[in-house]
Design a protein around this ligand. Structure first.
Ligand SMILES: Nc1ncnc2c1ncn2[C@@H]1O[C@H](COP(=O)(O)OP(=O)(O)O)[C@@H](O)[C@H]1O
Ligand SMILES: [Mg+2]
Length: 344
């Protein structure tokens, strides 16, 4: 601001001395710069006072003659008009940006309501499927193939209902109910479930380095995390590479987190694949809801958004480590709790 003021003082002296038009034009530029620098209009009074004092100093006995008064007023007028015009333009820009943001928010809200509506309707269909499968389970001999069929329908309908619940809780229409879960056995069940959705012969390995980890979460949400990540990884390798789900030993967190109560020790869950990896601009947007690079009908763009929603609801953080031709690792860090379930 001092710099702008100094320049104004210099320009006004030039104009008062020689009625220099170029000095007036430069003063208009200063008005614009004041707006760009967010200086309030009141500052102009200070600018003018400083400049008038400087001009008077060079005059005899500190007095301004009539010409000097007229010319210094012209400078002030130029500065104020430029300031006003620039201010109006800037306000219009800010207003346009705000309107665009609001429209974007409204669209996301509408989309959210649409998705929530679909989720509720799906739920209404899933409940009888699960109920009937359960009745079927009770009616057929436990050893026959029918029992297996019904059991699969029952499990899948249950998982589909959990996915629907996850979407609803992501849209904040339903609160999750996290509780302590032993990660290793829950992960084994989740990976078994995720395997069912893969083409036969796909390579999916589970590697558990720590069997003692307990986290605060929800097993059906864990299954959702695993299913989403394994599906992405399987699509990436297209049957010619390897997908690994790994539960690592507890360690200090490495993913930067905004939360200030970030734990000292975390368990790390990694889903890695040897697929083509992602360019930086895809990594940057991969967690955005509805962001997808897949053909229409092949991706919702909700998978990673839901994963992050769940992980954060559990007090954890998730990051993507990927680059073209380097494969992809989705790394999840979850706050570690003791085996008793008491927070560390
Ligand atoms: N394992 C992966 N390898 C390469 N790209 C991936 C992987 N996982 C996710 N992506 C990219 O991130 C995008 C968003 O993923 P996601 O949120 O699961 O939505 P969707 O799978 O429906 O597209 C994908 O469209 C894809 O471009
Ligand atoms: Mg996906």
């Amino acid at each position: 601001m001092k710099d702008l003021q100094q320049r104004y003082v210099g320009l006004m002296r030039r104009h008062v001395r020689s009625a220099d038009e170029a000095a007036l034009a430069a003063i208009a530029g200063i008005g614009c710069e004041m707006v760009a620098a967010d200086l309030p209009i009141e500052e102009i009074a200070g600018f003018q006072e400083e400049a008038v004092l400087a001009v008077a100093d060079t005059g005899e006995g500190g007095q301004l003659d009539e010409t000097a008064v007229r010319r210094s007023s012209a400078c002030l007028a130029e500065l104020m008009i430029a300031y006003a015009v620039a201010y109006r333009e800037k306000s219009a820009l800010v207003e346009r940006a705000r309107a665009a943001r609001e429209q974007h928010d409204r669209r996301l809200t509408a989309l959210g309501q649409l998705v929530a509506g679909v989720a509720h309707e799906l739920n209404n269909v899933l409940q009888p499927i699960r109920g009937m499968a359960e009745l079927g389970l009770l009616d057929v001999p436990a050893s026959g193939p029918l029992h297996t069929y019904f059991a699969t329908v029952f499990d899948c309908a249950g998982q589909a209902a959990a996915i629907v619940r996850g979407i609803l809780s992501y849209l904040r229409q339903e609160a999750p109910r996290p509780r302590p879960i032993a990660l290793a056995p829950a992960l084994e069940r989740s990976v078994d479930f995720a395997r069912m959705g893969l083409v036969p012969g796909s390579s999916l390995r589970l590697d558990i380095a720590d069997r003692g980890a307990v986290v605060i979460g929800d097993e059906s949400e864990l299954t959702q995390i695993v299913v989403n990540l394994v599906q992405n990884a399987a699509k990436a390798v297209q049957g010619t590479g390897e997908v690994v789900v790994r539960l690592e030993r507890p360690r200090q967190p490495r993913i930067p987190s905004g939360a200030d109560d970030w734990p000292r020790e975390v368990v790390t869950l990694v889903v890695g694949d040897t697929g083509p990896g992602m360019p930086a601009e895809v990594v940057a947007r991969a967690f955005d809801p509805f962001f997808t690079t897949r053909a229409p009908g092949e991706g919702t763009g909700l998978g990673l958004a839901i994963v992050r929603g769940i992980v954060r609801a559990w007090g954890g953080e998730v990051a993507i480590d990927s680059a073209p031709n380097r494969g992809t690792r989705v790394v999840i860090e979850l706050p570690m709790v003791r085996e008793t379930g008491s927070p560390r």
